[in-house]
Structures are given as structure tokens and as C-alpha cells.
Design a protein around this ligand. Structure first.
Ligand code: ATP
Ligand code: ATP
Ligand code: MG
Ligand code: MG
Ligand code: MG
Ligand code: MG
Length: 259
């Protein structure tokens, strides 16, 4: 059949491209604030880490996990958050653009709505935006490598920023501070500047992990003698190491492929 003879609906639809994410793979949606270097300066974020801004990000990420039931884990630092969709999720038939756009717009709306809860009288000067992307990871080992990569990034950036802002607050201008940090060994620099890195807030050092924690199943004894088994799920936020095996052994249900 010639293309102009088929139903217009099919003809028009034929221009849409296939963007389905590979089946049976973990889907990561990573969102990142657009031009937050500028946004954070304009809104006078405390440097290097503004606690209110991070708490706002965390609050929005929690809302995402509550809204999108297939999200099993998320990890956030600075102006970014990574959301993990379970392997067998069929959200939007796994169409990438629908999944990414709905997560990004939901997160952004939350950020604007909840701004005042964290920044009180400080007005939001312009509408912030976030970009987003989806990536599939075929195994939980590779997914963990991805998350470790983000946490290593958090760690290195935070060490660098701690030194940089220490130099700035002790009188150097930004250019001088940048010059002094060039090629510096971070561990040595921290000692040199007298920064007790371990005393810095865990949220700044480790970023934030949000996940559903399966509580032990509560067996209810009803008066009629029946037993009912209800799995209560609770949302959890931890600022801990997710590179080593400990966290994943203690929360083995998160990456349980059968869920
Ligand atoms: P792009 O649009 O390419 O992402 P960007 O300016 O957002 O550019 P990023 O690499 O994403 O650049 O870095 C985010 C920047 O936002 C950080 O460098 C930091 O200056 C600032 N920022 C984000 N969150 C905080 C926070 N909680 N406290 C202080 N500064 C923050
Ligand atoms: P989905 O999430 O799949 O898009 P939906 O509920 O948004 O579901 P749509 O097919 O997009 O469904 O239709 C949007 C619906 O929103 C319409 O059916 C209508 O009920 C409502 N709606 C949108 N705009 C208006 C409007 N200006 N006035 C009244 N109703 C509206
Ligand atoms: Mg970006
Ligand atoms: Mg950014
Ligand atoms: Mg960023
Ligand atoms: Mg729709």
C-alpha cells in the first residue's frame, strides 16, 4: 500500500522513532540542574555545601520514589540525582523520552513547590530547570559500578571544594585559590589547610541514598482467627558509603531481581 493511502493516523505516527529501553535491564534516570553554578550564586547558597539546597533535593527525590512505584533506589549529590527503576519495570512501555520527561518535570515542579519550605523568606528568582537522561545497565554489578562512580565523584569534588573555599574564606581570591589547587594532592592539601575532613557532615561527604526499606513482614492476628501478612514499606534516607559491599548486604532486597 502506498504511504498516502494508509490511514492518516498511521502515516503521521510512522515518523515517530522507536525509543524503547532494552528489556530486563536496570534503568537509570539521571537528572542534573541546568546552570546551577549561576543558580546557586544568585540564590546565595552557602559554599561549598548548602544544607538547605541538599535537603530540598532530597525531599523532591523522596516524592519521586513515592510517585513512581518502580523506583527502587536513588542517589543524589550537588544538583544531581540518579533514580533506579527496577529491571522489569514496564513504565511507559519503557519508552525513554516519556520516562525521562515525566521524572524531570515532576522533580522540577516539586523543587519549585517546596522551595519555600527550605529557604523560607528567600524568594525564588527565576524558574529552575533540570535536564535528564536514561541509561540501561544489564547487571546489578554494573549498576553498582555506576553508583560507585557517582559517589567517587561526590567525594573528590567535595574534597576539592572544601580546600578551595577554605582558601577563599581565608582571603585568597577565586583565581588565586584555583591556581593553588591546580594539580594539588587533595589529601595533603586538606591536612595543610587544617581541615578535619571526617568532621564534615556525612551528607556532604557521602551524598544521599533514598530507598524503600522492606520492614519485616507484620503478621496480624485477626479476631476471626485468620492471619494476614502485610509488607509495610517505608522510605529511607541514608548518608553512607554505597561503594563497599556492606550497604548492599544489609539491604539486599533493593537489587533483588525478582521483585
Ligand atoms: P550544567 O548546566 O552543565 O549542569 P552547572 O552550573 O549546573 O552546569 P554542575 O557541574 O552541574 O554545573 O555543578 C553544579 C554546581 O551547582 C556546583 O558546581 C555548585 O557550584 C552548585 N551547587 C549545587 N548544589 C549546591 C549546594 N547544595 N551548595 C552549594 N552549591 C551547590
Ligand atoms: P495521560 O497521562 O496518559 O496523558 P491524561 O489524563 O492526561 O492521561 P490525555 O489524553 O492527555 O489524558 O487528556 C487530557 C485530559 O485532560 C482531557 O481528556 C481532559 O479531560 C483534561 N483537560 C486538559 N486540558 C483541559 C482543559 N483546558 N479543560 C478541560 N479539561 C482539560
Ligand atoms: Mg548538566
Ligand atoms: Mg548542573
Ligand atoms: Mg551537577
Ligand atoms: Mg500522555
Amino acid at each position: 500500500e502506498e504511504i498516502d493511502k494508509v490511514k492518516p493516523e498511521y502515516y503521521i505516527r510512522s515518523f515517530e522513532f522507536e525509543n524503547k529501553l532494552m528489556p530486563s535491564t536496570w534503568i537509570i534516570i539521571r537528572i542534573d540542574g541546568c546552570h546551577f553554578h549561576r543558580f546557586s550564586e544568585l540564590h546565595e547558597f552557602e559554599k561549598p555545601n548548602d544544607e538547605r539546597a541538599l535537603n530540598l533535593m532530597n525531599s523532591c527525590a523522596m516524592a519521586v520514589l513515592e510517585e513512581f512505584q518502580d523506583m527502587v533506589f536513588s542517589y543524589g549529590v550537588s544538583d544531581e540525582y540518579s533514580f533506579v527503576l527496577r529491571k522489569n519495570s514496564y513504565l511507559y512501555q519503557r519508552r525513554a523520552s516519556e520516562i525521562v520527561s515525566s521524572v524531570v518535570s515532576f522533580f522540577t515542579s516539586m523543587y519549585v513547590m517546596r522551595w519555600k519550605d527550605f529557604f523560607q523568606e528567600k524568594v525564588l528568582k527565576y524558574p529552575p530547570s533540570f535536564d535528564g537522561r536514561a541509561v540501561c545497565y544489564p547487571s546489578s554489578e554494573i549498576l553498582r559500578d555506576y553508583l560507585s562512580w557517582r559517589q567517587v565523584d561526590c567525594h573528590i569534588n567535595n574534597q576539592y571544594n572544601s580546600c578551595f573555599w577554605k582558601l577563599v574564606t581565608s582571603g585568597k581570591n577565586k583565581r588565586e585559590a584555583q591556581h593553588e589547587m591546580k594539580g594539588a594532592q587533595l589529601q595533603k592539601k586538606l591536612e595543610e589547610l587544617g581541615i578535619e575532613y571526617d568532621k564534615i557532615l556525612a551528607m556532604f561527604r557521602h551524598g544521599s541514598s533514598i530507598f524503600w526499606d522492606k520492614e519485616d513482614s507484620i503478621v496480624e492476628h485477626h479476631q476471626n482467627g485468620n492471619l494476614s501478612d502485610s509488607h509495610m514499606k517505608k522510605i529511607m534516607l541514608e548518608n553512607c558509603d554505597i561503594i563497599g559491599p556492606k550497604f548492599w548486604l544489609e539491604h539486599s532486597s533493593i537489587l533483588d531481581e525478582k521483585q
